[in-house]
Write a protein that binds this ligand. Sequence first.
Ligand SMILES: [Zn+2]
Length: 77
Amino acid sequence: MPLFCKQCNERRYPQYSELDKGTLWLCNKCQNYTDSEDVIIREQTEQERADIQAKSEEFERTSNFPAEKLSRRKGVN
Ligand SMILES: [Zn+2]
């Protein structure tokens, strides 16, 4: 499994790709994808980078919500 990048030793993350009809492994540092054989398929596109950025921002918003609620409750008590 290509869990670590061959070039920079960073952790790779599995990403489902519509374009490639399968799961590819992304290195955030090198911004390229490998298949399950650890063969580099292609570079990450601008669009994919933007999508991932948007998704992580959305995740931060939703995961921050319960913490906000909790501190507000604390203030009332
Ligand atoms: Zn890398």
